[in-house]
Write a protein that binds this ligand. Structure first.
Ligand code: URA
Length: 250
């Protein structure tokens, strides 16, 4: 059976729009499944929709969303390049913190989204998103650093709304997002190393024709060909200096 990612994501979004798994379904205006390219290399996971997201059914469209666009620009990315979603798909009343029961009810949706997108890099925005992957960590300790698990890079970041309340976090967040291009390049290199190496040129070329057997004097043997120049088959080099631009966390 062929896995149709678009159709699978559309089916999931439709289930989120009609979801009644927890009491937030009674107070929401619209649920917010998430949006972005199905083959995005980078996936951003926020906390929960706010008042504007609840009205529009789209993630990060308010003030925090404007700052998120600025942060992405600092990383050389735009919203169209990334998949954006949240831990909770519905707004908690008065933007209160998500409850464990709500996180649990929503968690299969997020897991399915990660499976469908299969991103190289997951950026968590804020404590609740970080806690899904790193429940015993604190954001102030690990923000802007990277953990690689099963070929995927996880990068915990502060929530953009935090910088709207604590002005000193603005520059910290911008600095963290500026590391993303290096993290992404490193993740791409790692993914390439998992792929089978391309066939060496000689192996890819058709076999030489067998020369016809002729009687009589044979031409003098020609000098052996000089070794080919250009890229030679062999192991793909170890990650470049991109790794020196960011820090791993334990
Ligand atoms: N904050 C979030 O965590 N998500 C949104 O979509 C908007 C604000």
């Amino acid at each position: 059976m062929i896995f149709d990612r678009e159709a699978t994501m559309e089916n999931l979004s439709a289930r989120v729009r009609g979801c009644q798994l927890c009491p937030l379904s009674k107070t929401r205006t619209l649920s917010v499944p998430g949006e972005g390219p199905i083959d995005a290399e980078v996936m951003l996971i926020g906390e929960a929709p706010g008042v504007n997201e609840d009205k529009q059914g789209r993630p990060f469209v308010g003030a925090a969303g404007n700052f998120l666009s600025e942060l992405l620009a600092a990383a050389g990315l735009s919203r169209e390049d990334v998949f954006i979603c949240n831990v909770l798909k519905c707004r908690p009343p008065s933007n209160r913190d998500p409850l464990p029961l709500e996180i649990e009810a929503c968690s299969d949706y997020l897991d399915e989204q990660i499976d469908i997108i299969d991103p190289l890099v997951i950026v968590t925005l804020g404590r609740y998103s970080m806690a899904k992957f790193f429940p015993r960590q604190t954001i102030s300790r690990i923000h802007g650093s990277v953990k690689e698990i099963a070929g995927r890079a996880y990068v915990p970041m502060y929530h953009p709304a935090a910088a709207l309340h604590r002005g000193n976090l603005r520059e910290v967040m911008l600095d963290d997002f500026r590391k993303l291009p290096f993290i992404l390049e490193h993740a791409r290199e790692a993914a390439r190393r998992q792929q089978p190496s391309p066939l060496p040129a000689a192996a890819a070329a058709p076999p030489p024709e067998t020369p016809p057997v002729v009687d009589g004097p044979q031409p003098e043997a020609t000098a052996p060909e000089a070794p080919a120049t250009g890229p030679q088959p062999g192991p793909i080099p170890a990650p470049s200096q991109s790794t020196t631009q960011f820090r791993l966390f334990e």
